[in-house]
Every structure is written in structure tokens, then in C-alpha cells.
Design a protein around this ligand. Structure first.
Ligand code: NAD
Length: 360
């Protein structure tokens, strides 16, 4: 298999964690005699500094002509001024929209050896294996009208939550397809008791549920879902929800895994490449120190192998190397350990190589 992978390292810890994932992908390539070509481009704050825009045209073109995109993180204190007209996260929103990535998949499956790393009681975490699917190109983050105006001597700001039926349908249908290969349960999360968009969401989910009776569908209000995610997380299989609810619930779900640094994500849906990135931000407080946890990005690379390159065995090889490294006791500082990013990456890379010998 030959694949062209666009690497958008971004800001803060982005370059460190993407370098780790590329090292592991190179081990996978060597193991399976695949040829992966990595093309590096700018996004976010570093792109604003160098090219005056968070998503340069060259970056976008390189992504469109690639098989998959690996992204680190964007942003940092240097570009955090909320009144600035050009901001790093505009690059993220634009690339999702341009690539048509309407679904963001975030699996959460706490490692048995890390249950004590979570503030949630360990017995509640046993059996947790859930996937949150967040709608990514609609809702409040894109709806119009938006903006500010001066009304009666004070500033008025407006954001609009807008959903069309087809935007809901395609992401809920994806949730049903993914649930079919899992425990066959979809929880559709909305705020149908208050919001009109949520009533359309629920009605659309109901019609998809009726057409797919082999998968159990339940509806849950977002406030209840926020509570259940920490009180009984093992009851969930696939959760599907709109953009902003998903943004908030996925960060909450990350607490189950012990650290933000552990969790991967995949953004899918367009005719072109999928985009793979850890769920964390640029972590400016630890950037450049070599102590960031690279596992979220390495597991994002595994999702890339599975969903974009259809290399399931290679994806599993990375996932089991990560599992083994944690079982052996490898821990970066966010998990209470002393291993560096380099230590963890080197161990996972060597386990991927070792796995080849095991199966040779
Ligand atoms: P953050 O995720 O960057 O950091 C939150 C906390 O988690 C910090 O204490 C950080 O040190 C820790 N952390 C994050 N990733 C880690 C890792 N891999 N290993 C160990 N610890 C890790 O969130 P924040 O501090 O709210 O935001 C920092 C910047 O990142 C902001 O500019 C924000 O806009 C941006 N951001 C970017 C993205 C993205 O690129 N997708 C997402 C969220 C935030």
C-alpha cells in the first residue's frame, strides 16, 4: 500500500506529538512493506505568523490531494486575543468545512491499568467502551446570522444554531452503521424540550431508528447525558449529538480515560481524506518540554489506518502496542509518571516492530 499523508503539526505540543505518531507510522510501514509519504504543512498560529492566515491555500491543496491528514493542535497564548480578526481555530473550522468532515468520532475505552488515574471511581469505569460522534460542520459554530452590533448604546452578540435535516440524517446514519459493529446501541443526545433544532434532530433520529430496528435507539437530553457520562458511563455504546453538545461532552468523556493526552479522534464524511487528531489542544504549559503524552496522537494514527487506509491489522498492532506499553507501566507526567514523550514513543515503536516478529 502506498499512501500520502499530510501532516499539519500546528502549535504548542502539536509538532512533538505528530512527530511521535509519524515515527510509529514509519514502523508500521516497515513492518508491512507499505510506503507512506509524509507532507508537512502549516496550520493555526504558526501559519498566521508565517503566511498571515490560519489555513494557507497550499495547506488545503496538500490535504485535498492526500489520502489522509494527521493534525497536532492549534493555538496558544500568542494568538488568544478574543478580539483578533484572525485566529488559529478558524483554520480548524475551515479545514473541516472544506473537506466536508461532518462527523467527529471519539472513542473512549479506559485502560484497566489506568482506572485509578481518573477522578471517577474505578468501579464505575469497569466495562466503559463508548464512542461519541459529534456533528462537526453545522450548528452554532457555523450558523448565520452571527456577529456583533451596537444596540441602544451597548454591544449585542448573536450566534445561530441551524440544522437542516440532511445534516442530521447523515451523521445519525453513520452512528447506526458504527453501532452495528459494536454493541448495537445508539444514544441520540439533544435538548428537544427547549430547542427547535433538537426537535428536528430527535424526529430525524426516530425515523432512522425505525428503519434500523436491529440497533437500539434511545434519546437523552444533553444535561442528563452530561450527568450519566460520569455516573454510569458503561451504559453507553455510541452517542451521537450536535456540534456544541459534542464539543462539551467529549471533553467530559475524556476524564474517564485518565488524561486528555490519551484520546484520539477521527473526522470523516467527505469524499476526500479523513482528518485524524488528538482531542487535546496545544498544551502551551508543557510545550517544548518533551513531556507531552503522545498516545492520543498515536491512537489517532491507528484510526487513520483503519478508516482511511483500511489497514485493520496495522491499526490493531498500534493499539495493542499502546495497551502493552501502558500495562508495562509507561506513564508520562499527565498520568502521574516520569517517562518522557520520547521514552513512550520509542517503546511503542519497538513493540510495533516486535509484533511483526511475533507474527512472522
Ligand atoms: P489543552 O488541551 O491544550 O490543555 C489542557 C490541559 O491538558 C493542560 O494542562 C495541558 O498541559 C494538558 N494536556 C493537553 N494535552 C496533553 C498531552 N498530550 N499530554 C499531557 N498533558 C496534556 O487545552 P487548553 O489549555 O484549554 O488550550 C490551550 C490552547 O489550545 C488554546 O489556545 C486553545 O484554543 C487550543 N486548543 C486547540 C485545540 C485543537 O487544536 N483541536 C483544542 C482545544 C484547545
Amino acid at each position: 500500500m502506498k499512501a500520502r499523508i499530510a501532516v499539519l503539526a500546528g502549535d504548542g505540543v502539536g509538532p512533538e506529538v505528530t512527530e511521535s505518531a509519524v515515527e510509529v507510522l514509519m514502523a508500521v510501514a516497515a513492518r508491512g512493506r507499505h510506503t507512506f509519504t509524509f507532507i508537512h504543512h502549516r496550520i493555526g498560529g504558526c501559519a498566521i505568523d508565517a503566511e498571515g492566515t490560519p489555513l494557507p491555500q497550499g495547506t488545503l491543496e496538500a490535504c485535498k490531494s492526500s489520502d489522509a491528514v494527521l493534525l497536532g493542535a492549534v493555538g496558544g497564548p500568542k494568538w488568544d486575543d478574543p478580539t483578533a480578526a484572525i485566529r488559529p481555530e478558524q483554520g480548524l473550522l475551515k479545514i473541516r468545512k472544506e473537506l466536508g468532515l461532518f462527523a467527529n468520532l471519539r472513542p473512549v475505552k479506559p485502560h484497566p491499568a489506568l482506572l485509578s488515574a481518573s477522578p471517577i471511581r474505578a468501579e464505575r469505569l469497569v466495562g466503559v467502551d463508548l464512542m461519541v460522534i459529534r456533528e462537526l460542520t453545522g450548528g452554532l459554530y457555523f450558523g448565520m446570522p452571527r456577529g456583533r452590533e451596537s444596540v441602544g448604546g451597548e454591544i449585542r452578540a448573536v450566534d445561530s444554531m441551524v440544522y437542516e435535516e440532511h445534516e442530521i440524517r447523515r451523521v445519525v446514519e453513520l452512528a447506526f452503521r458504527l453501532a452495528r459493529d459494536r454493541r448495537k446501541k445508539v444514544t441520540s443526545v439533544d435538548k428537544a424540550n427547549v430547542l427547535e433544532t433538537s426537535r428536528l434532530w430527535r424526529q430525524t433520529a426516530q425515523s432512522i431508528g425505525a428503519a434500523n430496528p436491529d440497533v437500539t435507539l434511545e434519546h437523552m437530553l444533553v444535561d442528563t447525558a452530561a450527568m450519566r457520562l460520569v455516573s454510569s458511563p458503561s451504559a453507553f455504546d455510541v452517542l451521537v449529538t450536535e456540534n456544541m453538545f459534542g464539543d462539551i461532552l467529549t471533553d467530559e468523556a475524556s476524564v474517564l480515560a485518565g488524561s486528555m493526552g490519551m484520546l484520539p479522534s477521527a473526522s470523516l464524511g467527505g469524499p476526500g481524506p479523513g482528518l485524524y487528531e488528538p482531542i487535546h489542544g496545544s498544551a502551551p504549559d508543557i510545550a517544548g518540554k518533551g513531556i507531552a503524552n503522545p498516545i492520543g496522537t498515536i491512537l489517532s494514527a491507528a484510526m487513520m489506518l483503519r478508516y482511511s487506509l483500511h489497514l485493520d491489522a496495522e491499526a490493531e498492532a498500534i493499539e495493542s502496542a499502546v495497551d502493552d506499553a501502558i500495562t508495562e507501566g509507561m506513564r508520562t507526567a499527565d498520568l502521574g509518571g516520569h517517562d518522557s514523550l520520547k521514552d513512550v514513543t520509542t517503546r511503542i515503536t519497538s513493540l510495533v516492530h516486535h509484533d511483526k516478529e511475533d507474527h512472522a
